[in-house]
Design a protein around this ligand. Structure first.
Ligand SMILES: NC(=O)c1ccc[n+]([C@@H]2O[C@H](COP(=O)([O-])OP(=O)(O)OC[C@H]3O[C@@H](n4cnc5c(N)ncnc54)[C@H](O)[C@@H]3O)[C@@H](O)[C@H]2O)c1
Length: 439
């Protein structure tokens, strides 16, 4: 049966520029992976946009196209990369330093990765402690710095000929802070930038520059960034889609797989202790209590929102949940995360689950960056604006409309994502009711 799109989606014509504040482990692993896949040297494992299908109609119809054939996404050959960092290292040098991808592979990709030279960053050592670098913009106030970023964006566009852009924050985790008076609306935010209000963080200056330039913005870190009335207002007014926060990889990914399952069976939980060791630059920044507090907030909120102790007090009201991160240089990016989960069953009998996840942080994060870039560009071409809740699937602390609690269950998030794609294309939403098979 012919269907009609619920939204008009402009075609993905021309190049898509991917602008990244933070040319570190995650972003270089993402860019190196795309270059390797384009050359047939690797597979896009972990990416829904490249590998996943979406079922359409009834199970008897056998219609399950690839997502990339179902909605018009930019192709990998059309991506062109740029970014900013406080260090001058090219993406190749930064990837060598990060030691995520083996040197033999990196050297095959040296050409395209060496061409990605970071632009000077907007940086404030009050927001990221423990690292500092020389490659930063100097200007009397933060509004001037935002204008310099907008000029960088213009020059990148004319240099690469990109027809569309997406910005994704892969910079270090900024210290925890809450929205304040300067975040109340765009006017106050702009005044705050002119006055160098200390409550405005560098990631917010990038986000402002992106939104003012008509560029969708995703936040891969737990920073406050666009989660303020001012930047939400700007995104809506400028008709720009945004999403965040904090890529859901590693230990929290495991949590959102397991916790909904235990809750689905109405098993109780008295404790969940998570600890891990990692030795990359991200781990070093997270040694600072302010940055750790940003991370801790996003990591801790997950269980409470999945288990809903207010609805199930006998199962979850006494849950003790703790998260630790330990910087341990010998491990580099190859993190190890341990979880001890104390659960209880029928008649309150206690049981334990232990997880030892020897993961690779940036290998898990890179496909998320790819999907977010392609989906945000799709949303923009489809005229969608403001918070894109259907992209919650990718985040530890999904942004939601004010007053709405986030959905953390990864299977509900996946259904929401695929139903949004079905909705865009005018296909029936899948409810999994299925009574019609038994009529
Ligand atoms: N790897 C994962 O699984 C994962 C998961 C969730 C979130 N994250 C977040 O993603 C971000 C990137 O992680 P990573 O492992 O690549 O870290 P990284 O330290 O390797 O890279 C971050 C880069 O950002 C740069 N930077 C810091 N402040 C900047 C600024 N104001 N402007 C431009 N550049 C700036 C740093 O110099 C560094 O090169 C971190 O915030 C991390 O917490 C990572």
């Amino acid at each position: 049966m012919p269907t009609q799109n619920n939204v008009d989606i402009a075609p993905a014509k021309g190049k898509l520029g991917v602008l990244i504040p933070g040319i570190g482990a995650v972003s270089t692993t993402f860019m190196a992976g795309v270059e390797a896949i384009k050359r047939g040297l690797a597979e896009p494992v972990g990416s829904l946009t490249q590998l996943s299908t979406v079922r359409l109609g009834k199970r008897t119809e056998a219609r399950s196209p690839y997502i990339k054939d179902f909605v018009p996404l930019a192709g990998l050959d059309d991506l062109t990369f740029g970014g900013w960092d406080i260090f001058e290292d090219s993406a190749y040098e930064s990837a060598v330093h990060a030691k995520v991808i083996e040197r033999g592979m990196l050297d095959q990709l040296k050409g395209p990765l060496s061409e990605i030279q970071p632009m000077k960053a907007v940086f404030d050592p009050q927001y990221v402690k423990r690292i500092n670098g020389p490659h930063v913009k100097e200007a009397p106030n933060n509004m001037d710095k935002a204008r310099m970023l907008m000029e960088d964006i213009r020059q990148f566009t004319s240099r690469t000929g990109a027809s569309r852009l997406v910005m994704i924050w892969c910079g270090s985790t900024e210290v925890f802070h809450k929205p304040s008076a300067c975040h109340e609306n765009v006017k106050k935010f702009e005044e705050g930038m002119c006055k160098n209000d200390p409550e405005i963080s560098p990631s917010q200056i990038y986000a402002y520059a992106a939104l003012q330039s008509g560029v969708p913005f995703a936040n891969g870190a737990p920073n406050l960034t666009t989660d303020t009335p001012a930047l939400l207002e700007l995104a809506r007014d400028r008709q720009i889609p945004i999403c965040g926060k904090d890529f859901k990889t590693g230990q929290t990914f495991m949590k959102t797989l397991l916790a909904p399952g235990l809750k689905a069976r109405m098993l109780g939980m008295s404790g969940w202790f998570s600890t891990n060791i990692l030795g990359n630059r991200d781990g070093e920044v997270l040694e600072d209590p302010g940055s750790f507090k940003s991370k801790e907030e996003t990591k801790l909120s997950v269980l409470d929102q999945i288990l809903q102790p207010e609805l199930y007090p006998s199962l979850y009201k006494d849950l003790y949940h703790a998260v630790r991160i330990n910087y341990y240089p010998p491990r580099g990016d190859a993190k190890e995360g341990w979880d001890n989960i104390d659960i209880f069953g029928w008649m309150g009998y206690p049981m334990q689950i232990k997880i030892d996840f020897l993961c690779r942080d940036s290998i898990l994060a890179a496909p998320l960056v790819l999907d977010l870039v392609l989906f945000l560009d799709l949303a923009h071409r489809a005229g969608m604006r403001g918070i894109q809740e259907w992209l919650s699937f990718y985040f530890k602390a999904p942004m939601t409309a004010p007053g709405l609690y986030p959905e953390h269950d990864i299977f509900i998030q996946l259904m929401k994502l695929k139903n949004t794609l079905r909705w865009m294309r005018g296909e029936d939403l899948i409810t999994h009711l299925g009574l019609e098979y038994y009529d």
